[in-house]
Design a protein. Structure first.
Length: 88
């Protein structure tokens, strides 16, 4: 008798707000919420402060793990902040 083969899909993570999010959608949501200037103030990296665009940001963030961690952290903070604002 053989053991069942484990599927290669990622485990379901219903409480992880980053699960299933693309880096592009995270950067777009942050830019929409804070604006590029506000984003550059919160995370002072060149891709947000000098001629910012989603494409240039993605190129930099995919090569720079520490900056991507900061962006993901700011996204989680933004979600918490929005949730707090909507709680009566």
């Amino acid at each position: 008798m053989t053991e069942p083969i484990e599927t290669l899909t990622s485990p379901v993570q219903p409480r992880n707000p980053l699960h299933g999010m693309t880096l592009e959608s995270i950067v777009t949501a942050l830019a929409d919420h804070y604006g590029w200037e506000g984003l550059g103030e919160r995370i002072p990296v060149r891709c947000f402060t000098h001629d910012p665009s989603v494409a240039s940001s993605l190129k930099f963030l995919r090569k720079t793990p520490w900056a991507r961690d900061k962006v993901e952290g700011l996204y989680l903070f933004m979600l918490r902040d929005i949730r707090r604002a909507n709680t009566p």
